[in-house]
Design a protein around this ligand. Structure first.
Ligand SMILES: [Zn+2]
Ligand SMILES: [Zn+2]
Length: 427
Protein backbone atom coordinates (compact mmCIF):
# COMPACT_ATOMS: atom_id res chain seq x y z
CA UNK A 1 0.00 0.00 0.00
CA UNK A 2 1.41 3.36 -1.05
CA UNK A 3 2.03 6.17 1.44
CA UNK A 4 0.22 9.49 1.09
CA UNK A 5 3.22 10.78 -0.90
CA UNK A 6 2.37 8.15 -3.53
CA UNK A 7 5.47 6.02 -3.00
CA UNK A 8 5.36 2.35 -2.11
CA UNK A 9 8.04 2.53 0.60
CA UNK A 10 8.39 2.35 4.38
CA UNK A 11 7.24 5.39 6.39
CA UNK A 12 10.15 7.52 7.57
CA UNK A 13 10.58 10.01 10.41
CA UNK A 14 7.72 11.87 12.07
CA UNK A 15 4.36 12.44 10.34
CA UNK A 16 4.12 15.79 8.49
CA UNK A 17 1.32 18.34 8.09
CA UNK A 18 -0.04 18.85 4.59
CA UNK A 19 1.68 22.24 4.15
CA UNK A 20 5.10 20.71 4.79
CA UNK A 21 4.27 17.70 2.62
CA UNK A 22 3.32 19.97 -0.28
CA UNK A 23 6.25 22.37 0.02
CA UNK A 24 8.93 20.12 -1.40
CA UNK A 25 10.57 22.72 -3.63
CA UNK A 26 10.82 25.27 -0.81
CA UNK A 27 10.89 23.46 2.58
CA UNK A 28 8.90 24.99 5.46
CA UNK A 29 10.36 25.24 8.95
CA UNK A 30 8.67 22.97 11.46
CA UNK A 31 7.67 22.60 15.09
CA UNK A 32 7.94 19.31 16.90
CA UNK A 33 4.37 18.92 18.14
CA UNK A 34 3.64 16.56 21.01
CA UNK A 35 0.00 15.56 20.56
CA UNK A 36 -0.53 14.64 24.23
CA UNK A 37 -1.24 11.01 23.27
CA UNK A 38 1.63 9.14 24.91
CA UNK A 39 4.92 10.29 23.42
CA UNK A 40 3.43 10.81 19.93
CA UNK A 41 5.17 13.59 17.95
CA UNK A 42 4.65 15.17 14.54
CA UNK A 43 6.08 17.98 12.40
CA UNK A 44 3.70 20.88 11.86
CA UNK A 45 4.27 24.26 10.21
CA UNK A 46 3.66 27.85 11.30
CA UNK A 47 0.20 27.84 9.66
CA UNK A 48 -0.81 24.82 11.72
CA UNK A 49 0.71 26.34 14.89
CA UNK A 50 -2.49 28.18 15.91
CA UNK A 51 -4.57 25.04 15.59
CA UNK A 52 -2.00 22.45 16.53
CA UNK A 53 -4.52 20.27 18.35
CA UNK A 54 -6.45 19.59 15.17
CA UNK A 55 -3.57 19.45 12.68
CA UNK A 56 -3.82 16.43 10.42
CA UNK A 57 -0.52 14.76 9.67
CA UNK A 58 0.60 11.76 7.67
CA UNK A 59 3.80 9.80 7.24
CA UNK A 60 5.87 9.92 4.04
CA UNK A 61 8.81 7.96 2.65
CA UNK A 62 12.45 8.75 3.39
CA UNK A 63 13.09 10.64 0.14
CA UNK A 64 9.99 12.81 0.56
CA UNK A 65 10.77 13.42 4.24
CA UNK A 66 14.33 14.52 3.51
CA UNK A 67 13.22 16.70 0.57
CA UNK A 68 10.81 18.70 2.75
CA UNK A 69 12.91 18.98 5.91
CA UNK A 70 13.43 22.63 6.94
CA UNK A 71 14.77 24.05 10.20
CA UNK A 72 13.33 23.42 13.64
CA UNK A 73 11.21 26.11 15.32
CA UNK A 74 11.11 24.27 18.67
CA UNK A 75 8.59 22.24 20.62
CA UNK A 76 4.79 22.66 20.90
CA UNK A 77 2.55 20.78 23.29
CA UNK A 78 3.62 18.26 25.90
CA UNK A 79 4.12 14.52 25.95
CA UNK A 80 1.59 12.72 28.15
CA UNK A 81 2.51 12.33 31.81
CA UNK A 82 1.13 9.29 33.61
CA UNK A 83 0.11 10.55 37.03
CA UNK A 84 -0.74 8.39 40.04
CA UNK A 85 0.35 10.88 42.70
CA UNK A 86 -0.48 10.23 46.30
CA UNK A 87 0.23 12.48 49.31
CA UNK A 88 3.78 11.97 50.54
CA UNK A 89 4.31 11.39 54.26
CA UNK A 90 6.97 13.20 56.23
CA UNK A 91 7.86 16.85 56.46
CA UNK A 92 11.04 18.42 55.18
CA UNK A 93 13.37 18.89 58.16
CA UNK A 94 15.41 22.09 58.47
CA UNK A 95 18.88 21.95 60.05
CA UNK A 96 20.58 25.35 60.48
CA UNK A 97 24.31 25.66 59.89
CA UNK A 98 26.43 26.02 63.06
CA UNK A 99 27.17 29.56 64.27
CA UNK A 100 30.02 31.22 62.40
CA UNK A 101 29.66 29.13 59.27
CA UNK A 102 28.94 32.12 57.05
CA UNK A 103 28.00 31.58 53.43
CA UNK A 104 28.20 27.95 52.26
CA UNK A 105 28.77 27.63 48.51
CA UNK A 106 28.65 23.83 48.28
CA UNK A 107 28.50 20.70 50.39
CA UNK A 108 29.34 17.01 50.07
CA UNK A 109 27.88 14.19 52.16
CA UNK A 110 30.32 11.54 53.46
CA UNK A 111 30.15 8.52 55.78
CA UNK A 112 30.98 10.87 58.67
CA UNK A 113 28.64 13.80 58.15
CA UNK A 114 29.03 16.68 55.72
CA UNK A 115 31.92 18.61 54.28
CA UNK A 116 31.09 22.27 53.72
CA UNK A 117 32.87 24.76 51.46
CA UNK A 118 32.49 28.37 52.62
CA UNK A 119 32.81 31.39 50.34
CA UNK A 120 36.00 32.46 52.15
CA UNK A 121 37.71 29.14 51.28
CA UNK A 122 37.24 27.42 54.64
CA UNK A 123 36.49 23.70 54.38
CA UNK A 124 34.49 22.50 57.40
CA UNK A 125 33.65 19.03 58.66
CA UNK A 126 30.18 19.03 60.18
CA UNK A 127 28.64 16.07 61.96
CA UNK A 128 24.91 16.81 62.03
CA UNK A 129 24.39 13.88 64.41
CA UNK A 130 26.63 15.17 67.23
CA UNK A 131 26.45 18.80 66.15
CA UNK A 132 30.24 19.21 66.04
CA UNK A 133 31.76 21.38 63.32
CA UNK A 134 35.46 22.05 62.77
CA UNK A 135 37.64 23.71 60.19
CA UNK A 136 39.64 21.06 58.31
CA UNK A 137 41.38 23.14 55.64
CA UNK A 138 41.51 26.40 53.74
CA UNK A 139 41.27 26.29 49.98
CA UNK A 140 42.87 28.93 47.79
CA UNK A 141 41.03 27.91 44.61
CA UNK A 142 39.18 30.98 43.35
CA UNK A 143 37.18 31.86 40.25
CA UNK A 144 39.22 34.36 38.19
CA UNK A 145 37.78 37.89 38.27
CA UNK A 146 37.71 38.50 34.55
CA UNK A 147 35.75 35.47 33.32
CA UNK A 148 32.94 35.84 30.82
CA UNK A 149 30.44 32.97 30.92
CA UNK A 150 29.95 30.96 27.74
CA UNK A 151 26.25 30.23 27.09
CA UNK A 152 25.29 31.25 30.66
CA UNK A 153 27.72 28.71 32.08
CA UNK A 154 29.13 30.70 34.98
CA UNK A 155 32.37 29.52 36.49
CA UNK A 156 31.65 28.47 40.08
CA UNK A 157 33.38 26.71 42.97
CA UNK A 158 32.37 23.12 43.44
CA UNK A 159 33.09 20.70 46.29
CA UNK A 160 33.53 16.92 46.06
CA UNK A 161 34.49 14.52 48.86
CA UNK A 162 35.60 10.91 49.06
CA UNK A 163 33.03 8.52 50.47
CA UNK A 164 34.93 8.08 53.74
CA UNK A 165 35.37 11.83 54.16
CA UNK A 166 39.19 11.60 54.13
CA UNK A 167 39.68 13.77 51.03
CA UNK A 168 37.94 16.74 49.47
CA UNK A 169 38.29 18.36 46.06
CA UNK A 170 37.66 22.05 45.46
CA UNK A 171 37.37 22.76 41.73
CA UNK A 172 36.01 25.40 39.36
CA UNK A 173 33.15 24.15 37.18
CA UNK A 174 33.58 25.51 33.63
CA UNK A 175 37.09 26.43 34.67
CA UNK A 176 40.62 25.06 34.69
CA UNK A 177 41.90 24.62 38.22
CA UNK A 178 41.27 22.74 41.43
CA UNK A 179 42.94 20.94 44.31
CA UNK A 180 42.73 17.74 46.31
CA UNK A 181 42.91 18.21 50.08
CA UNK A 182 43.74 15.68 52.79
CA UNK A 183 41.14 16.62 55.40
CA UNK A 184 43.09 15.00 58.26
CA UNK A 185 45.99 17.44 57.80
CA UNK A 186 44.47 20.25 55.72
CA UNK A 187 47.32 19.83 53.21
CA UNK A 188 46.85 20.01 49.45
CA UNK A 189 47.97 16.66 48.03
CA UNK A 190 47.39 17.42 44.32
CA UNK A 191 47.02 20.70 42.42
CA UNK A 192 44.87 20.23 39.34
CA UNK A 193 45.01 22.24 36.14
CA UNK A 194 43.52 21.08 32.85
CA UNK A 195 44.68 22.14 29.38
CA UNK A 196 41.91 24.73 29.09
CA UNK A 197 40.82 23.44 25.68
CA UNK A 198 37.04 24.19 25.65
CA UNK A 199 37.05 23.71 29.43
CA UNK A 200 34.53 26.57 29.68
CA UNK A 201 31.91 24.26 28.09
CA UNK A 202 31.87 21.60 30.82
CA UNK A 203 31.76 21.25 34.62
CA UNK A 204 35.19 20.31 36.01
CA UNK A 205 35.52 16.53 35.48
CA UNK A 206 36.06 15.03 38.91
CA UNK A 207 35.08 11.92 40.86
CA UNK A 208 36.40 10.02 43.86
CA UNK A 209 36.36 6.24 44.01
CA UNK A 210 38.26 3.43 45.72
CA UNK A 211 40.57 0.87 44.11
CA UNK A 212 42.81 -1.79 45.67
CA UNK A 213 42.48 -0.30 49.14
CA UNK A 214 43.26 3.31 48.27
CA UNK A 215 41.29 6.44 47.44
CA UNK A 216 41.55 7.30 43.76
CA UNK A 217 40.55 10.57 42.13
CA UNK A 218 39.47 10.86 38.48
CA UNK A 219 40.04 14.13 36.63
CA UNK A 220 40.60 15.48 33.11
CA UNK A 221 44.15 16.74 32.48
CA UNK A 222 43.42 17.14 28.76
CA UNK A 223 40.13 17.72 26.97
CA UNK A 224 39.79 14.08 25.82
CA UNK A 225 41.72 12.27 28.53
CA UNK A 226 40.51 11.13 31.95
CA UNK A 227 43.22 10.18 34.41
CA UNK A 228 42.93 8.28 37.69
CA UNK A 229 45.52 9.07 40.36
CA UNK A 230 46.13 8.16 44.00
CA UNK A 231 44.45 10.90 46.06
CA UNK A 232 47.22 10.84 48.68
CA UNK A 233 50.24 11.03 46.38
CA UNK A 234 49.08 11.86 42.85
CA UNK A 235 50.71 8.63 41.63
CA UNK A 236 49.14 7.51 38.31
CA UNK A 237 46.68 4.59 38.41
CA UNK A 238 45.05 4.65 34.95
CA UNK A 239 44.59 6.94 31.96
CA UNK A 240 42.20 6.81 28.99
CA UNK A 241 44.02 6.56 25.62
CA UNK A 242 45.01 9.75 23.84
CA UNK A 243 43.53 10.48 20.38
CA UNK A 244 46.39 9.10 18.35
CA UNK A 245 45.69 6.52 17.06
CA UNK A 246 41.93 7.19 16.87
CA UNK A 247 39.80 4.74 18.85
CA UNK A 248 36.48 4.48 20.66
CA UNK A 249 38.12 6.67 23.28
CA UNK A 250 38.87 9.55 20.89
CA UNK A 251 37.25 12.91 20.53
CA UNK A 252 35.25 13.17 23.75
CA UNK A 253 35.34 16.55 25.43
CA UNK A 254 34.87 15.00 28.85
CA UNK A 255 32.43 16.66 31.22
CA UNK A 256 30.78 15.85 34.55
CA UNK A 257 31.79 12.38 35.79
CA UNK A 258 29.02 10.22 37.25
CA UNK A 259 29.93 7.23 39.38
CA UNK A 260 27.52 4.29 39.63
CA UNK A 261 26.19 3.60 43.16
CA UNK A 262 28.61 0.73 43.89
CA UNK A 263 31.41 2.34 41.90
CA UNK A 264 31.79 -0.33 39.20
CA UNK A 265 31.12 2.03 36.27
CA UNK A 266 31.67 5.67 35.41
CA UNK A 267 29.87 7.90 32.90
CA UNK A 268 31.22 11.11 31.41
CA UNK A 269 28.63 13.66 30.28
CA UNK A 270 30.81 14.40 27.25
CA UNK A 271 30.33 16.14 23.90
CA UNK A 272 31.80 15.51 20.47
CA UNK A 273 32.62 17.89 17.63
CA UNK A 274 30.53 19.66 16.48
CA UNK A 275 28.86 19.95 19.25
CA UNK A 276 26.79 16.88 20.03
CA UNK A 277 26.28 15.90 23.65
CA UNK A 278 27.06 12.19 23.93
CA UNK A 279 27.46 10.35 27.20
CA UNK A 280 30.30 7.84 27.35
CA UNK A 281 30.44 5.18 30.07
CA UNK A 282 33.03 2.56 30.89
CA UNK A 283 33.86 -0.24 33.32
CA UNK A 284 35.80 1.29 36.17
CA UNK A 285 37.25 -1.88 37.70
CA UNK A 286 38.64 -3.11 34.36
CA UNK A 287 40.08 0.30 33.55
CA UNK A 288 41.74 0.93 36.93
CA UNK A 289 43.31 -2.52 36.68
CA UNK A 290 44.37 -2.10 33.04
CA UNK A 291 46.30 1.13 33.52
CA UNK A 292 47.32 2.92 30.34
CA UNK A 293 45.90 1.30 27.22
CA UNK A 294 42.26 0.59 28.10
CA UNK A 295 42.26 -2.48 25.86
CA UNK A 296 39.59 -4.94 26.94
CA UNK A 297 37.77 -2.28 28.93
CA UNK A 298 34.00 -2.38 28.31
CA UNK A 299 32.51 0.92 27.13
CA UNK A 300 29.08 2.21 26.09
CA UNK A 301 28.31 5.22 23.89
CA UNK A 302 24.89 6.83 24.39
CA UNK A 303 22.68 8.45 21.70
CA UNK A 304 23.81 11.93 20.72
CA UNK A 305 21.85 15.14 21.28
CA UNK A 306 22.83 18.26 19.32
CA UNK A 307 24.18 21.07 21.53
CA UNK A 308 22.93 19.37 24.71
CA UNK A 309 25.10 18.09 27.55
CA UNK A 310 25.46 18.69 31.30
CA UNK A 311 22.04 17.13 31.39
CA UNK A 312 20.15 15.33 34.16
CA UNK A 313 21.87 11.97 34.73
CA UNK A 314 21.43 9.35 37.45
CA UNK A 315 22.47 5.72 37.77
CA UNK A 316 19.53 3.58 38.87
CA UNK A 317 21.87 0.67 39.68
CA UNK A 318 25.14 -0.70 38.29
CA UNK A 319 23.66 -1.51 34.87
CA UNK A 320 20.92 1.09 34.37
CA UNK A 321 21.48 4.77 33.72
CA UNK A 322 18.71 7.39 33.44
CA UNK A 323 19.22 10.34 31.10
CA UNK A 324 17.06 13.46 31.26
CA UNK A 325 15.40 15.10 28.26
CA UNK A 326 13.40 13.65 25.33
CA UNK A 327 14.56 14.56 21.83
CA UNK A 328 17.84 14.77 19.97
CA UNK A 329 18.43 18.53 19.73
CA UNK A 330 18.77 21.15 22.49
CA UNK A 331 16.05 23.24 20.79
CA UNK A 332 13.61 20.32 20.82
CA UNK A 333 14.04 18.93 24.34
CA UNK A 334 10.86 17.97 26.19
CA UNK A 335 10.88 17.05 29.90
CA UNK A 336 11.27 13.33 30.31
CA UNK A 337 13.54 10.43 31.15
CA UNK A 338 15.21 7.69 29.12
CA UNK A 339 16.32 4.56 30.95
CA UNK A 340 19.22 2.63 29.39
CA UNK A 341 20.52 -0.84 30.17
CA UNK A 342 24.28 -1.25 29.81
CA UNK A 343 24.66 -4.91 28.97
CA UNK A 344 26.64 -7.54 27.11
CA UNK A 345 25.91 -9.82 24.19
CA UNK A 346 26.62 -13.53 24.40
CA UNK A 347 30.18 -13.11 23.14
CA UNK A 348 30.90 -10.38 25.63
CA UNK A 349 30.55 -7.34 23.35
CA UNK A 350 28.75 -4.48 25.04
CA UNK A 351 25.25 -3.43 24.06
CA UNK A 352 23.12 -0.46 25.07
CA UNK A 353 19.31 -0.80 25.16
CA UNK A 354 16.76 1.90 25.89
CA UNK A 355 14.38 -0.01 28.17
CA UNK A 356 11.96 2.77 29.20
CA UNK A 357 11.10 6.27 27.95
CA UNK A 358 8.62 8.52 29.67
CA UNK A 359 7.55 12.14 29.95
CA UNK A 360 7.69 14.48 32.92
CA UNK A 361 10.92 14.49 34.92
CA UNK A 362 13.12 17.59 34.66
CA UNK A 363 15.74 19.40 36.70
CA UNK A 364 18.24 17.48 38.82
CA UNK A 365 17.89 13.68 38.89
CA UNK A 366 18.55 11.45 41.90
CA UNK A 367 17.82 7.77 42.50
CA UNK A 368 17.20 5.73 45.64
CA UNK A 369 15.33 2.51 46.45
CA UNK A 370 14.72 1.86 42.74
CA UNK A 371 12.91 5.18 42.26
CA UNK A 372 13.73 8.30 40.26
CA UNK A 373 13.54 11.69 41.99
CA UNK A 374 13.52 14.88 39.92
CA UNK A 375 13.92 18.37 41.34
CA UNK A 376 12.94 21.36 39.21
CA UNK A 377 11.56 24.83 40.04
CA UNK A 378 8.13 23.65 41.37
CA UNK A 379 9.75 21.09 43.66
CA UNK A 380 10.47 17.39 44.01
CA UNK A 381 8.69 14.73 41.96
CA UNK A 382 8.97 10.97 42.38
CA UNK A 383 8.75 8.50 39.50
CA UNK A 384 8.60 4.77 38.94
CA UNK A 385 11.34 4.30 36.32
CA UNK A 386 9.87 1.00 35.09
CA UNK A 387 6.39 2.31 34.25
CA UNK A 388 7.12 6.06 33.99
CA UNK A 389 4.35 6.80 36.49
CA UNK A 390 4.56 9.89 38.72
CA UNK A 391 4.05 8.67 42.27
CA UNK A 392 4.09 11.89 44.23
CA UNK A 393 5.42 15.41 44.64
CA UNK A 394 6.76 17.71 47.35
CA UNK A 395 6.12 21.28 46.27
CA UNK A 396 8.81 23.78 47.20
CA UNK A 397 11.48 21.20 48.11
CA UNK A 398 14.34 21.45 45.59
CA UNK A 399 17.11 19.07 46.67
CA UNK A 400 20.59 19.85 45.39
CA UNK A 401 22.38 16.75 46.74
CA UNK A 402 21.70 13.09 47.55
CA UNK A 403 23.06 11.75 50.83
CA UNK A 404 23.06 7.96 50.35
CA UNK A 405 24.62 7.32 53.77
CA UNK A 406 21.71 8.80 55.72
CA UNK A 407 19.19 8.03 52.95
CA UNK A 408 18.16 11.63 52.42
CA UNK A 409 17.75 14.21 49.70
CA UNK A 410 19.32 17.48 50.79
CA UNK A 411 18.67 21.05 49.70
CA UNK A 412 21.47 23.54 50.36
CA UNK A 413 19.73 26.74 51.48
CA UNK A 414 21.21 30.08 52.55
CA UNK A 415 20.92 29.25 56.25
CA UNK A 416 21.23 25.49 56.46
CA UNK A 417 20.10 22.15 55.10
CA UNK A 418 16.60 21.07 54.26
CA UNK A 419 16.38 17.31 54.13
CA UNK A 420 13.86 14.52 53.54
CA UNK A 421 14.17 10.74 53.81
CA UNK A 422 13.88 8.97 50.45
CA UNK A 423 12.46 5.84 52.13
CA UNK A 424 9.26 7.84 52.67
CA UNK A 425 8.62 7.51 48.94
CA UNK A 426 8.23 3.73 49.23
CA UNK A 427 5.18 3.87 51.50
ZN1 LIG B 1 0.95 23.00 8.34
ZN1 LIG C 1 7.50 9.60 -0.91
Amino acid sequence: MALICGHDAPAHGLPLCEHIRNAAADPLDHYIHYTGRGLERQHICGICHAEAATAVTAAVCEDCFDATLGSSLGVLGHPQVIDASRPLPGAVETVPFPDGTGTVVDLAPTAHGFVLLCDDGRVLRWDTGSGTCAEAARSTVAVPDDTEPWNDREQALRLHASRDGAYAAVVIDYGRTGEIIDLSTGAVTISLENDGYYSYTVPFSLAFTEHAGRTVVLHRPQWSVVEAVDAATGAPVARTPADDPPSAWSGQFHGALRLSPAGTRIASDAWLWHPVGQLFAWDLGQWLTSGEHAQGVDWWQFPGCAYYWNRPVAWLDESHLILGGLGDDEDEIAPGARVFHLGHRERGETVLDEVATFAGPEGRFFTADGLLFSAAEPGLEIWDPATGTRLGALTGFRPTHHDPVRGELVELSATGLRRWQTARATF
